[in-house]
Ligand binder design. Structure first.
Ligand code: ADP
Ligand code: ZN
Ligand code: ZN
Length: 738
């Protein structure tokens, strides 16, 4: 009888064998329901064979093979296998967690409305509707008609975005014959003569970049598209996607943040009007995600835009991969399977021998190093694409002589005032939300800390709460210091809310908008905010890094940066690289169009090389500087790292475990031919306690990726055999947080 080898979502790195009379090798990649202990589990058939190491009488039978969707393609299975091996994470867990939630359930996946999106268009009589006869207050009707005008097709997702009531309205209109429901039409986009917007003429730098990739479009290469902010990287992506479409290929575009999807998606939809585009991100509900995934798997979707997890989408005709803002740390998953979507994207491209483009204004030093050493092709865009748009003028304001009480120097306040009088927008960047990072007792030095984490509680004055930004715990303000009883406890330092308060006092007439995670928690809030900014309904923006990424604010003339010095002397060796990227990005928001931009950094270290490089817009100088330091210190990209992270309720459990792990590591290295593996002593994590768990880790480092992998495979096997009931551990390969 055929035997199924099944990948299951259990923390044991092995396949599980089951009998199944009906199975054949063509079932590889299908989902299957199997008994596991007293439970039933969903799994993926990884192999079908005739023999098992398990005695026949002990083999259980599979309960049902699901044929509701096509099997996972072999390439995707190879990617998942690689991912499991490289990150030393159980294969079944990798596989099942890569699937849309609806495919992880023990039942066939059904989409009531089918896989293909229905699209809506106006009929002839719909076009005749006299919009002036519709009451003005019926905004949904107006919005819908507006959206449908000019032969525009809307799909369900777009309809929902207009209003939750829009779908119902469309049903009524369909009944009235105003609107027609159709299946999505797939038409090649090559001869799109009715292009609504004429193509931009590429700058010289852009056309060099585009043509370079074109000449090697049917082979694997990693292209580092290294372009300053505003250099028109998006236009380069668009030309490459166009080429992929014309060759009947799918394109996968990975972006770091869900906030960036609607903007980029809108750009794509305008450009490729007849191309089915899906976006896959955590803001979708389970049905939307499944539909997008299936459209990709069946080749219906031609452009797939998504965050991290989208790297695991089955794409039968994949011809191009793009990773935008490749340096962004959100491409690395920070719990469970700690994969880097950027690195897997490169693997995917290599698998099917196609180009992959990594775009950034401030590439990660790993990628930059590969470009310098010739493993990646370096494409540079050194100038802004819009004519006469220069990079902003960046200056430091030295605050050593007198730290301003309000947090804002006279110079910065003056610059904001200037902007206001010229009706231009300004942005104050402070990467800390809340009112103040510390609640302090002035008489005894007590500060409010989280009981479950080794962190301070952040003051949120508006809702009169102290809250932990690590575990979400929040509590009321104490009336007096719990230690000495003094009622004089005060917020110390500042966050976005306090800056907002200060600015409203200074500029009572200005329209001020704060943008951080507390202010945009509502769904869709982000899009409204962007519109508000674009319509110039805001004068001063205050924001965290949320604001820094990829947005185009044409009327923004000034960026003020507060409290960035904190990251200059961090113990994390990547802090400088990150700060530079962040400041470069937020500076890049200024002066994108006709307006000349200006950036003012308040700092106690105006001579610091990082600020110097920033002022000269000289990424290379800083990057080479940091690389030289890393080489001496033996840090990545000159070495490869893996971190064994462990946590438990008791610190002793953690320490004991890591000491055992250390001993095992030693004995493995002693037995190896190549001994270039460095084992560090266990140390506390940067957050030594998180959500009530004590945390520590052990770092392993090697000059050779292969040697490190060989070691890790052995070590992982031995670690897995240790008793593990009290300890939670995970291997983090290529860690970026400590
Ligand atoms: P980046 O992603 O590199 O920061 P964008 O892609 O956002 O830059 O482009 C910045 C601006 O330049 C956009 O407003 C875009 O429309 C414009 N732009 C891009 N390419 C050209 C071009 N060839 N000619 C004129 N404007 C361009
Ligand atoms: Zn006190
Ligand atoms: Zn906490």
């Amino acid at each position: 009888m055929p035997i199924l080898r099944v990948a299951l979502n259990v923390p044991i790195d092995t396949l599980f064998d089951y009998e199944s009379a009906e199975a054949s090798p063509s079932d590889i990649g299908l989902r299957v329901c199997v008994p596991f202990g007293a439970r039933k589990l969903i799994g993926v058939i990884w192999d079908v064979c005739t023999e098992s190491v398990i005695p026949v009488d002990k083999l259980k039978s599979a309960i049902a093979v699901f044929r509701d969707i096509q099997p996972l393609p072999a390439e995707l299975m190879a990617l998942l296998s690689f991912c499991s091996k490289y990150y030393h994470h159980p294969l079944g867990m990798v596989v099942i967690n890569s699937l849309p939630v609806k495919l992880r359930r023990i039942k066939p996946a059904v989409l009531k409305s089918g896989i293909q999106d229905v699209i809506y268009t106006l009929t002839e009589s719909g076009r005749q509707i006299d919009r002036s006869s519709i009451p003005v207050r019926n905004t949904v009707m107006h919005k819908l008609l507006e959206a449908l005008s000019g032969d525009t097709q809307l799909d369900a997702q777009q309809v929902r975005k207009i209003s939750v009531r829009a779908a119902k309205l469309l049903k009524q209109w369909t009944a009235k014959g105003w609107v027609e429901e159709k299946q999505y039409e797939i038409l090649p986009d090559t001869n799109d003569s009715a292009r609504k917007i004429p193509l931009l003429e590429l700058t010289l730098e852009q056309s060099v970049a585009v043509n370079s990739v074109f000449t090697q479009f049917n082979q694997f290469n990693t292209w580092l598209l290294h372009g300053v902010t505003g250099s028109g990287k998006t236009e380069v992506y668009l030309r490459l996607i166009e080429k992929a479409l014309s060759e009947n290929k799918q394109t996968l575009i990975l972006i770091p943040e869900i906030n960036l999807t609607p903007q980029l998606e809108a750009v794509f939809r305008v450009r490729f009007t007849k191309t089915p585009i899906v976006s896959l991100h955590s803001g979708l509900n389970d049905t939307e995600r499944l539909r997008g995934w299936l459209q990709a798997q069946q080749g219906i979707a031609r452009v797939i835009l998504g965050t991290r997890l989208a790297v695991f989408t089955p794409l039968p005709d994949l011809g191009l991969v793009i990773v935008d803002e490749e340096h962004d740390s959100s491409f690395k998953q920070q719990d469970g399977l700690r994969y880097s979507a950027r690195d897997l994207a490169v693997f995917r491209a290599k698998q099917v021998q196609i180009p992959v483009v990594l775009g950034s204004a401030t590439p990660s030093l790993e990628s930059y190093h590969k470009a310098l050493t010739g493993r990646y092709h370096h494409l540079r865009l050194n100038h802004r694409a819009v004519k006469n748009a220069a990079l902003p003028q960046i200056d430091c304001i030295d605050i050593r002589s007198g730290k301003p009480k309000t947090g804002l120097t006279g110079q910065l306040i003056h610059a904001v005032k200037d902007c206001l009088s010229q009706r231009q927008q300004s942005l104050i960047f402070i990467n800390r939300r809340g009112y103040a990072p510390v609640l302090l007792c002035r008489s005894c030095g007590w500060t409010a800390t989280c009981r479950r984490c080794s962190s301070r509680l952040v003051v949120h004055l508006q809702d009169k709460k102290l809250s932990c930004h690590h575990c979400g715990h929040s509590e009321g303000f104490p009336y007096a210091c719990p230690r000495c009883g003094d009622p004089d406890i005060k917020p110390f330092g500042r966050g976005t809310q306090r800056v907002e308060e200060t600015l409203s006092e200074l500029f009572p007439a200005a329209r001020i908008l704060r943008i951080d995670r507390d202010s945009i928690s509502r769904k869709n809030a982000w899009q409204q905010i962007l519109q508000t900014i674009h319509r110039r309904e805001v004068d001063i923006l205050i924001g965290t890094q949320l604001l820094a990424k990829g947005h185009d604010f044409p009327n923004l003339a000034l960026v003020g940066i507060l409290d960035s010095d904190l990251s200059l002397f961090s113990t994390d060796f990547r802090a400088g690289e990150r700060l530079f990227a962040q400041l470069m990005q937020v500076s890049g928001r200024a002066g994108r169009a006709e307006i000349a931009g200006r950036v003012l950094i308040q700092t106690e270290y105006p001579g610091h090389p990082l600020y110097q490089a920033l002022q000269q817009h000289n990424y290379d100088a800083l990057a080479r500087n940091i690389l030289a330091e890393r080489k001496v210190a033996g840090f990545p990209p000159y070495t490869f790292q893996a971190l064994l992270r462990a946590e438990a309720h008791s610190i002793n459990t953690v320490t004991d475990f890591l000491h055992t792990a250390h001993k095992l590591a030693r004995s493995i290295v002693d037995s190896l031919k190549h001994k270039n593996i460095e084992i560090f002593d266990p140390v506390s994590a940067a957050m030594a306690r998180l959500k009530g768990m004590e945390r520590a880790h052990l770092l392993i480092q090697s000059g050779s990726r292969q040697d490190l992998q060989f070691f890790l495979t052995n070590w992982y096997r031995q670690l897995s055999a240790l008793p593990s009931s009290k300890i939670h551990w995970i291997l983090d390969v290529d860690p970026i947080e400590f």
